[in-house]
Design a protein around this ligand. Structure first.
Ligand code: FAD
Ligand code: FES
Length: 1281
């Protein structure tokens, strides 16, 4: 948080900003507060930190400090914020773990209403629950053994704003910090801060290529990610002409170019309150647009001038400024001042305009509108909050008294290398009456005037072209409505914009039985035990480990070709750089030592001859520090000889017959052919589901420390310490006992750190070993995204036979996954896909097989659900097709095919304790499915351009590693003489609350309170030979091992308890110690009765299954492809949950991550294997406002699971697939839109259901104007891997 004293308003302003984009030089005279400065577990947590931790709003905790500071900055400005302000504050924050609901709920306690309610409950005055009207009692769901209170708000410490640190008085009293002309110089950059316009102009005259920097939100990105170097930077934030705001009577408002977007927004909102509505239409268009412009942190610093001068073709403000004809004032020392209108001539090319290098943009005047003027702007992005536009538009229309077009300006972004004005169309429409014919004429004119070639950068050609018409159509209708013109009732939905819906949620779970001992934490909602440390910034992640003496930094040299022979590698320039110590490549290892891989060793640590993907590691530069290493890595010259073919997509692989031949699993049940023949109906189909980037907030990181006797201690952000340990030993040719891998916690894993951590850990360990110095590296986000792979895309071809009721008799499924350049875990991913291709349905005849496509992409790997979500998605597609074929509700097809108790799967496993039907019934009832289905149909009949969809679907997820030997783990429990207990176990803590649950298990097993139990870290020298923390089995395996170790110790303590029954824990421990009894024990658990052989179909594939059902309702905008999730209800069987709050957090987090997979997360690749989506700018994960507006989660009651620790069930992956309910609700809504134009019958919708896919699938008269170009006649900009 940056705080400053505004000398005009005499107020202190607190701004949340992005630390990575805030240059230190720009902080002069400002007060900076970080998360460490507002509270600490050693003294006192701030109210924000405490409430977030207690509300279960921190899982891996990597996002938590940022979220804390956004809330803290809001509260410092506004101690009693409104819900809207709360939502706005988080537009720029992301969390990959929690699903946001607990964060929002926790922070709602700062809203005035909530505080009042919470206190009343605490004082016993309200006689009710702090949930107020949402209390389960009021909703009739509360009973003796069920509750919905995951959090006790009345236990929060009160928030007292007066106790916060004060703004430094010296910054307030004197203006010396503001008035100084400053110069900061380094070897590479000089930063000037003039305080007078004349000085600024002189500097610009002297250094025409100098960059004027205000928010640094564009320049910062260019320097960090595009390798731009700007030797001279000039900050104009203290120059009056560039920071002032002036209302010019009859003209408009003049804003200095360095006025921030937040200030622009505040001024324009104020003007809208003061001035007549007719005069402030441009202002309204801007403030509406700013709500969807970046996040608060960016708007707080980014300036209006920066947006104009950057000249991005997808700038959100430039279309408005151009349509409004805003006037700019530009100035230079030699030529003086001049006025420039933002018209069709303003932009002269990609990011270029008519302002010359020595000129400075001083101000912009935004005009008032007139009585007969209509001004509206539109934007469609991949994600509503904090996303750059795909296409945007602004329309400025003046009608004469005959309702004829007197003046029209139409600006579009995203359709050319610059923002454009459709001047020809506007001219042709002049004088025309505002009616349907003019609309049609306008559409045709725009089709002509705004072309886009089929291979244009940005792709999504049909979508983008359709949007130009959709926006104009929306504008047309809005104007008609405001003129009281004829607009059919059902068409009005076109003009309604989506707004953030107020969030609602409920969580139901069983409570612990009365009389359960207080120390026994099993079943209780214990907050994540690191939550407070995560909220204060004290939690230590790999890269937080303080620098060790002599430490060096490593930077990877990655391949930039997808398929090429390496002709030469020249590191001489890098090695000549001051501070560089070494360069490592394949030459530094024997071919055997260079080889690695989890299942088969088909990868090289450093590629020796042929790169088969971009992002492969060719070498590593080791230097004194990060900056030197990274710069030097870019100096390594690699000569390639490019090879063909470059196989990117599954289609390419099929065409080139490029598969990993040794992995072609096939599984059959009974006789598919016969089943099909005897079926009344048959159908077939094909569908594709794209990949997914893990986007853990902590990227891969390793720190290796060499020790004596060839020992290596490696700290790695891995889910698999034992594998890292053994791989390093193999590489260094030392016994495994010389390597120790340690993991304190990781900032999210989701499978991405199961096998891929080796990519970094191995070079880092090699460098440390060879140089005998500690070596560290943490990947930048773009490196992580380009090198480490993600979820396997899948293509499925299916054929089903079924009867008139929809009962399925036979199913054949052929699946292809895009494995990338190596096998990694893709074969096991395919195995799990084979096991889940029937999702939750009993199909008597099955034939399924899988192929691993070998492509020139980064190798794909484990990802939450591990192939299960992909194949269950394929299954739900044939269910939907059958429903369309039979004209039935898909819910009906699902219900009649659901597995029942005792049914046998296609891998010969009998379903025992199958609660699917119970979950289904409870979810259908809780969601009121039948009634809401009718309401959705009614809505769809009444609305043409907005459609709703509702979907209920089940999931069944098998719990166990498919590799037999991985189903084991261990624990080591020490009791020290003071009675304190230290637990080590084989699992890693990555936010899922594993350590918290293990302490809960030990609290019951040992009978001691949590305060006596501690888990420090996961380390291979404490518990050896462990499996990865994966397959949702962490709690099951390690919980049993911890329990066993505790029971061994308890047995040893038994005699001392008996001898001193009134004694306390410490007394028994002490007595045993003095009696020379070992107080240390190992526990070991191997899942019994498990292990399936796919060839013989013998054995049991899974220990048990986790079941769940979800119902989701969505609304789509048929004209833009936008959508909103209105409500989701989930019922899951998690046995007797060890910690319902953590488990519900896993359900919500998995659901929201799954929602990302099925709706917005899209890896964008060029046909030659270049990943375009290398960061949060282009790869969108769900944000705060994307979660279901109403989000209810219930854990099934009375369903103990006899096959896991304390009757619990695994939870990490199973809920993930339930997000497909949103996808199919969207498909349902699209089907309604298609039916309106007479398109009936099944249609293919690939995943994710992005705005582009939704819009294009809703075919209508606008899309019909753009015929699809012939495939093969052009090279597309991007392809679907
Ligand atoms: C996370 C993120 C999200 C974003 N989201 C959006 C979005 O939704 N919509 C959108 O349109 N943009 C978005 N942007 C782009 C960017 O925030 C805007 O373009 C912003 O307005 C730039 O302002 P700035 O002050 O930070 O520019 P800076 O980075 O400081 O400067 C940008 C350019 O403008 C030049 N410049 C600045 N002021 C002057 C001046 N007075 N005279 C001459 N040249 C000048 C600079 O020299 C530089 O070339 C986003 C950026 C980020 C990092
Ligand atoms: S808790 Fe938010 S990213 Fe992990």
């Amino acid at each position: 948080m940056v705080s400053k004293f505004n000398r005009d308003s005499k107020k202190i302003v607190h701004l949340a900003v992005n630390a990575c984009l805030a240059p230190v030089c720009s902080m002069h005279g400002l007060a900076v507060t970080t998360v460490e400065g507002i509270g600490s577990t050693r003294s006192r947590l701030s109210a924000v930190q405490e409430r977030l931790a207690k509300s279960h709003g921190s899982q891996c905790g990597f996002c938590t400090p940022g979220i804390v500071m956004s809330m803290y900055a809001l509260l410092r400005n506004q101690p009693k914020p409104s819900l809207e302000e709360l939502e706005i504050a988080f537009q720029g924050n992301l969390c990959r773990c929690t699903g946001y609901r607990p964060i929002i709920e926790g922070f709602k306690s700062f809203l005035e209403d909530y505080e009042v309610q919470g206190r009343a409950v605490a004082n016993g005055k309200a006689g009710g629950c702090a949930m107020g009207d949402k209390c389960c009692k009021k909703q009739g769901a509360c009973s003796k053994n069920i509750t919905q209170n995951l959090v006790q708000p009345h236990q929060f410490a009160p928030y007292d704003p007066s106790q916060e640190p004060t703004f430094p008085p010296e910054l307030q009293v004197a203006d010396e910090y503001d008035a100084q002309f400053l110069t900061f110089s380094s070897e590479r950059v000089t930063w000037y801060r003039p305080t007078k316009l004349s000085d600024l102009l002189q500097l610009k005259e002297k250094h025409p290529s100098a960059k004027v920097v205000v928010g640094n939100t564009e320049i910062g990105v260019e320097v960090k990610f595009k390798n731009f170097h700007y030797p001279v930077l000039i900050q104009p934030n203290h120059i009056e002409e560039l920071t002032s705001v002036q209302v010019i009577e009859g003209q408009g408002v003049k804003f200095g170019a360095a006025v921030t977007l937040s200030e622009l927004e505040a001024t324009l909102k104020e003007q809208q309150k003061k001035q007549p509505e007719t005069t402030t239409q441009v202002f309204k268009a801007i403030t509406d647009m700013l709500n969807w412009f970046a996040g608060k942190q960016i708007r707080n610093v980014a300036a209006v001038g920066g947006n104009i001068m950057t000249g991005s073709p997808i700038s959100d403000l430039n279309p408005i400024f151009m349509a409004a004809g805003c006037v700019l004032e530009v100035s230079s020392a030699s030529k003086g001042s001049r006025k420039v209108t933002m018209d069709a001539t303003f932009f002269t090319g990609y990011r270029r305009n008519v302002i010359s290098p020595e000129e400075v943009l001083v101000s912009i005047t935004i005009p008032f509108t007139k009585e007969n003027q209509h001004f509206l702007a539109y934007k469609q992005a991949k994600r509503r909050d904090d996303d750059i536009a795909i296409v945007n538009a602004a329309f400025n229309l003046t009608l004469n008294s005959q309702k004829e077009v007197a003046k029209l300006s139409m600006a579009f972004g995203g359709m050319a290398p610059t923002t454009i004005l459709a001047t020809k169309s506007a001219k042709a429409l002049k004088g025309k009456e505002w009616n349907e014919q003019t609309l049609e004429a306008a559409l045709d004119l725009l089709v002509q005037e705004i072309p886009l070639s089929p291979g244009a950068p940005g792709g999504m050609i049909l979508f983008r072209r359709s949007l130009t018409l959709s926006f104009f159509f929306k504008f047309y209708l809005s104007v008609q409505q405001s003129l009281n013109g004829v607009v059919p009732e059902e068409a009005k939905s076109a003009t309604r914009q989506f707004h953030s819906l107020p969030t609602k949620s409920a969580q139901y779970h069983e409570v612990v039985p009365e009389g359960q001992a207080l120390h026994d934490l099993v079943g209780r909602n214990v907050p994540h035990l690191s939550g407070s440390k995560q909220a204060t910034g004290e939690a230590v992640y790999c890269d937080d480990i303080p620098k060790i003496a002599n430490e060096l930094y490593l930077a990877l040299v990655l391949s930039t070709k997808a398929h090429a022979n390496i002709k030469s590698v020249d590191a001489s320039a890098a090695l000549a750089t001051k501070g560089v110590h070494a360069f490592f490549s394949a030459k530094d290892l024997s071919p055997d030592a260079n080889q690695h891989g989890t299942i088969i060793k088909d990868e090289e640590i450093f590629v020796s001859k042929t790169v088969t993907s971009q992002g492969q590691v060719i070498g590593a530069v080791v230097a004194d520090d990060q900056m030197t290493a990274q710069r030097a890595a870019k100096l390594v010259k690699i000569e390639y000889e490019e090879l063909t073919p470059i196989i990117v997509t599954i289609d390419d692989a099929i065409k080139e017959n490029s598969f990993f031949e040794q992995f072609k699993p096939r599984l059959t049940k009974n006789n598919f052919e016969q089943g099909l023949k005897s079926s009344e109906h048959t159908l077939s189909g094909e569908v594709h589901i794209g990949g997914q980037e893990h986007f853990y907030l902590e990227t891969h990181c390793s720190l290796a420390v060499p020790k004596e006797d060839n020992e290596i201690e490696i700290f790695s952000s891995t889910q698999n310490p034992s594998e890292i340990q053994s791989m390093i030993a193999h590489m260094l040719k030392v016994p495994i006992n010389r390597v120790t891998c340690r993991v304190k916690r990781i900032g999210g894993g989701f499978g991405g750190k199961e096998s891929r951590a080796a990519l970094l850990a191995l070079p880092v360990a090699l460098a440390a070993h060879r140089l005998r110095r500690p070596v560290r590296c943490m990947l930048d986000r773009d490196e992580d995204m380009v090198a480490t792979g993600g979820r396997n895309p899948f293509r499925g071809r299916y054929q089903v036979g079924f009867d008139a009721q929809g009962k399925i008799h036979a199913c054949k499924m052929v699946m292809y996954n895009n494995a990338g350049y190596s096998v990694d875990l893709s074969c096991s991913v395919m195995d799990r896909a084979i096991f889940h291709m029937e999702n939750a349905y009993n199909i008597p005849n099955i034939d399924t097989e899988g192929f691993l496509c070998k492509t020139n992409l980064p190798t794909n790997t484990a990802y939450r659900g591990f192939g299960g979500p992909q194949s269950m998605f394929l299954a739900e597609n044939y269910i939907e097709d059958i429903a369309v074929y039979l004209n039935k509700d898909p819910a009906e097809i699902r219900r009649i095919n659901l597995y029942q108790e005792g049914d046998i799967t296609h891998y010969n496993q009998e379903l025992v304790n199958c609660t699917l039907q119970r979950c289904w019934d409870e979810c259908a009832e809780k969601s009121d499915y039948n009634e809401r289905k009718k309401q959705v149909e009614k809505f769809n009949n009444e609305n043409r351009w907005k459609k709703r969809g509702l979907c209920i679907l089940p999931t069944k997820f098998g719990i166990a590693f498919s590799a037999y030997f991985l189903n084991q783990s261990g624990a080591l429990v020490h009791i020290y003489v003071d009675g304190s207990v230290l637990i080590s176990h084989g699992g890693t803590e990555m936010g899922q609350g594993l350590h918290t649950k293990m302490i809960q298990v030990a609290s019951r097993a040992l009978g001691v309170p949590e305060t006596d139990i501690y888990i420090s870290e996961t380390s291979t020298d404490k518990v050896p030979n462990t499996p990865p923390t994966a397959a949702s089995a962490g709690s099951d395996l390690n919980g049993m091992a911890v329990m066993e170790a505790c029971e061994i110790l308890l047995k040893r303590l038994e005699p001392y308890k008996k001898a001193n029954p009134k004694g306390a824990w410490k007394d028994w421990v002490s007595a045993a110690f003095f009696d020379r009894v070992s107080l240390s024990a190992t526990g070991y658990h191997a899942t019994p009765d498990i292990g399936f052989d796919i060839k013989t179909k013998q054995g049991k594939a899974f220990n048990y299954f986790t079941y769940g059902v979800a119902c989701s309702e969505v609304e789509i905008d048929c004209l833009t492809g936008d959508h909103q999730v209105i409500r989701t209800d989930i019922v899951m069987d998690l046995g007797e949950s060890i910690n319902p709050a953590i488990d519900i957090g896993q359900i919500e987090g998995a659901f929201v991550q799954g929602y990302g997979l099925f709706t917005m997360e899209e890896l964008v690749y060029s046909p030659t294997g270049t990943l375009y989506s290398r960061g949060p700018g282009m790869y969108k994960i769900p944000g705060f406002s994307d979660i279901p507006a109403e989000f209810n989660v219930s854990l099934l009651r009375g369903a103990p699971n006899p096959r896991a620790v304390y009757s619990s069930k695994a939870v990490g992956e199973p809920p993930f697939f339930l997000a497909a309910s949103v996808f199919f609700a969207i498909k349902n809504a699209i089907a309604s839109a298609r039916a309106d134009v007479g398109l009936k019958g099944a249609f293919r919708l690939d995943s994710p259901a992005t705005a582009a896919r939704i819009r294009v699938a809703c075919q209508d008269r606008f899309t019909a104007k753009f015929p699809e170009p012939e495939p093969g006649t052009f090279t597309p900009w991007n392809v679907m891997p």
